[in-house]
Design a protein around this ligand. Structure first.
Ligand SMILES: Nc1ncnc2c1ncn2[C@@H]1O[C@H](COP(=O)(O)OP(=O)(O)OP(=O)(O)O)[C@@H](O)[C@H]1O
Ligand SMILES: [Mg+2]
Length: 261
């Protein structure tokens, strides 16, 4: 890309202004279990990275370290050039730069859909109530649930709730959105309505990290597929390259299982 300044990072590695999320030699243990092993991953602005791999390979942990829901034992993680702070207000602000959507929708059950999408804007971003409401309504429209604004989460279908969760994350104007198996808990007929919202986000240029088993989404929306096994990034390639020509035995084995069942 032209006009991109390239500078040397603190470790002397080449760093580009287009790099948004940079993990460098990240290690994480749960007790004796080494769940992230020397993970190096750079996500550039506007890139859509799909993370796949067997159960227990560390995909969720990877996502959770990026917004510091999990601490790391060694290595560095920077968001837009800034290292992740350990705690406090700075962490809250940085965390809100990273939108996260989980398998379980995690909406506040005792708040309406509209309130769910307003809350973070008011508390963290200090947005005026009126402006927060206008933005929440616009985002709910954008994900196709504008008419549900005054209902409570339990009154919505799973697919609708997940779209509210996406709107809530977007309300914080995140620099990057992380999705951890956002459609895994949904009935089949609701999966597409959520994937379509994600496809649109990708087309609009949002930087996204998506853990998913939806290989159709990976093929059509991802710029890059990252394959993890045993806490390591085993290989990464464009979806065309990865699906037609996986190089490692682990990836071949994984693909044969998920594509032929
Ligand atoms: N809080 C925790 N305490 C202890 N071990 C954990 C914790 N969270 C995850 N693990 C372990 O770390 C490893 C990686 O888990 P992680 O949830 O990141 O895998 P995953 O790739 O997301 O798997 P799945 O596809 O099943 O969601 C697993 O062995 C898991 O049991
Ligand atoms: Mg997981």
């Amino acid at each position: 890309m032209s006009g991109v300044s390239v500078s040397k990072g603190p470790e002397g590695a080449t760093r580009s202004a287009d790099d948004l999320v940079v993990l460098s030699e990240v290690n994480k243990h749960f007790g004796a279990l080494h769940v992230l092993q020397d993970v190096d991953l750079t996500i550039t602005r506007g890139e859509v990275v799909v993370v796949i791999g067997p159960s227990g390979s560390g995909k969720s942990t990877l996502c959770r370290t990026i917004n510091r829901l999990e601490s790391i034992d060694s290595g560095t993680i920077t968001i837009d050039g800034k290292p992740l702070p350990a705690e406090g207000k700075e962490l809250a602000r940085l965390r809100s730069d990273v939108g996260m959507v989980f398998q379980s929708f995690n909406l506040f059950a005792h708040k309406t859909v509209l309130e769910n999408v307003m809350l973070g804007q008011i508390k963290v971003r200090k947005t005026e109530k009126k402006a927060a409401e206008a933005k929440a309504r616009a985002l709910l429209d954008r994900v196709g649930v504008g008419t549900q604004a005054d209902k409570y989460p339990a009154q919505l279908s799973g697919g609708q709730q997940q779209r509210v969760a996406i709107a809530r994350a977007l309300a914080m104007d995140p620099k990057v959105m992380l999705f951890d198996e956002p459609t895994s808990a949904l009935d089949p007929e609701m999966i597409n309505e959520v994937l379509e919202v994600m496809q649109q986000l990708a087309r609009d240029g949002m930087t996204m990290v998506v853990v998913t088993h939806e290989m159709g989404f990976a093929r059509s929306a991802a710029n890059r597929v990252v394959f993890m096994a045993d806490g390591r990034i085993v290989e990464q390639a464009s979806p065309e390259e990865f699906f037609s020509n996986p190089r490692s035995d682990r990836a071949k084995d994984f693909l044969s299982k998920i594509l032929h069942h």
